[in-house]
Design a protein around this ligand. Structure first.
Ligand SMILES: [Zn+2]
Length: 522
């Protein structure tokens, strides 16, 4: 793999020197107003059965969508279910159906000087795939005594139902908030949110104004995780960027017996192959939330001293930064936290054995790392395309700009089809962060796992989402966007794959945590 010759320090957004201040401070616990109810939710059999059944029934109503022309009318049945099962919640809220199937529930607070706090989830799921590959129907909602199975069980009907359950219970206990609480449920998160979250965002901007919300907490991983034998809670404070690049090779048609040296398919293949030959240079800038994850591990877990030193110096020392990057690249999951990726996902062209292909198209998907941007990608692909165009005597048009005049032999056209910048990174180490950290400490140390924390503490760390969520549409509403829900996400949980499941315990964490968290902040 080739590495950038430019010094990495050139990318540091805020070069700072080492100080004795912790990079991952431990915040005080926040006392719960009603800890007994969280304990009850976690341990009462009757509550558990009801909760499992509510989630199970939600899974039994298919709400999957695909990328094109989805039939959204199936959401009507899902709405009917929610409105019946959580009648008290819908009765207590101002209910807005945004663009027909988006659901916004507003629980109006008495103090309008407090910024509303929003919680988000999505109603849709990815398609089930081939049901043959599942042990049971993808819509069984089967509960085996430990886990609940089915499409959407962990992405993310668990969160949507969990939020409604916590509100149901709050209302049963006479909840009357000072701070307005908003639940927002999109319906096409799995295909970019253009009908759901993007309309919800416009609606909320009109209703509350820009930068008007206290925070938004959306889906993510279960926050509770173990890293290097130490327990952490991790909330994603950033998302990678995204770029779908469309490439088109146009060459004259004709009979295959009079073929040019390279057909449009050959040209496209060469272009993609050269592009794939080199990975993007890995990069770890200070704003990358992964750095905070590592700093928390370094400050609290028992790890090798030299590694610890490198991690704690990586934000100002180039050599340390390089060694930390190398470590991340060695792991097949963490490498994506510091790499802009490219994936040639779609290709079309050619239709007859004796006819030259005239129009070959391809789509290359990118996930952009912190520190890179659209230009990083356009510069790379342009450089490679110029080479291929010259070799094959073709023209080159990038984003409608003619770089090489199209010739009789044809041309290569490259265009960004869909793009999304790296998400603004949510600030941490402020009051909102301290509150989340304190609530999670109380919840896991005192209420959920007291036995695990006899002489241990739970540290909240920032983290990164390598995929995107509905929050891509919510940037203007607040700079405090978090992704992640109470609970744990085993690597085997089958998100987007077969036999998707959620542990019932993990689901109950959502209800038990948000019950007290919402009570506390409102
Ligand atoms: Zn999701």
């Amino acid at each position: 793999m080739m590495r950038s010759k430019e010094p990495l320090s050139a990318y540091f957004s805020t070069p700072t020197e080492s100080t004795d201040e912790p990079l991952c401070p431990l915040y005080d616990k926040v006392e719960f107003k009603d800890p007994d109810t969280s304990v009850y939710i976690l341990h009462d059999d009757e509550f558990r059965n009801k909760s499992v059944s509510r989630l199970s029934k939600a899974i039994q109503i298919p709400t999957w969508i695909d990328d094109e022309g989805s039939d959204f009318t199936k959401f009507t049945k899902f709405h009917e279910y929610l409105e019946t099962e959580f009648q008290n919640v819908f009765d207590a809220a101002n209910v807005f159906k945004v663009n027909t199937y988006g659901i916004v529930l507003e629980f109006k607070g008495s103090n309008s000087s407090l910024k509303p706090a929003m919680f988000a989830a999505h109603q849709d799921t990815v398609p089930p795939g081939d049901p043959q590959n599942w042990d049971r129907s993808p819509f069984s909602g089967h509960y085996d005594g430990t886990r609940i199975y089915g499409r959407g069980a962990s992405d993310c009907k668990n969160l949507l139902i969990g939020l409604l359950e916590s509100m149901d219970y709050l209302l049963a206990k006479g909840f009357s908030p000072e701070r307005t609480i908003i639940f927002a449920f999109g319906f096409d998160e799995e295909s970019s949110g253009k009908y759901g979250a993007s309309h919800i965002s416009k609606f909320l901007l009109e209703r509350y104004g820009p930068n008007s919300l206290y925070h938004i907490i959306d889906e993510g991983f279960g926050v509770f995780m173990e890293l290097q034998n130490k327990h952490f809670a991790m909330l994603a404070t950033g998302e990678k960027g995204y770029l779908d690049l469309g490439i088109e090779v146009l060459q004259p048609g004709g009979h295959s017996s009079m073929a040019p040296d390279h057909t449009a398919i050959g040209t496209m293949s060469k272009l993609i192959s050269r592009y794939e030959d080199r990975l993007y240079d890995p990069i770890l800038v200070n704003v990358n939330p992964t750095l905070n994850t590592l700093q928390c591990v370094a400050e609290y877990a028992d790890i090798d001293e030299s590694l610890k030193r490198d991690i704690l110096r990586a934000h100002f020392d180039e050599k340390s930064n390089e060694r930390v990057i190398k470590l991340l690249l060695d792991d097949k999951i963490t490498k994506y936290n510091v790499l802009t990726t490219h994936a040639a996902d779609i290709i079309n062209g050619g239709n007859k054995a004796n006819a030259l292909p005239q129009n070959v198209t391809a789509l290359i998907n990118h996930r952009i790392a912190h520190g890179n941007d659209f230009d990083t990608i356009m510069d790379r692909i342009t450089g490679i395309a110029i080479g291929v165009a010259r070799e094959h005597g073709l023209g080159l048009v990038i984003e409608d700009e003619i770089l090489i005049e199209p010739t009789l032999a044809g041309s290569i056209n490259i265009k960004a089809l869909y793009k999304l910048e790296v998400a603004p990174v949510t600030p941490i180490h402020d009051e909102i962060w301290a509150s989340l950290a304190g609530h999670y400490r109380t919840f896991y140390e005192d209420i959920t796992y007291p036995e695990k924390f006899e002489d241990d503490v739970l540290v909240l760390s920032a983290g990164i989402m390598t995929g995107n969520t509905d929050t891509r549409h919510y940037w203007d509403l607040t700079d405090h966007i978090f992704r992640g829900q109470p609970g744990f996400t085993p690597m085997t949980s089958g998100v987007h794959g077969n036999n998707e499941y959620i542990d019932a315990d993990s689901h109950l964490h959502i209800v038990a945590f948000y019950y007290n968290y919402i009570l506390s902040i409102s």
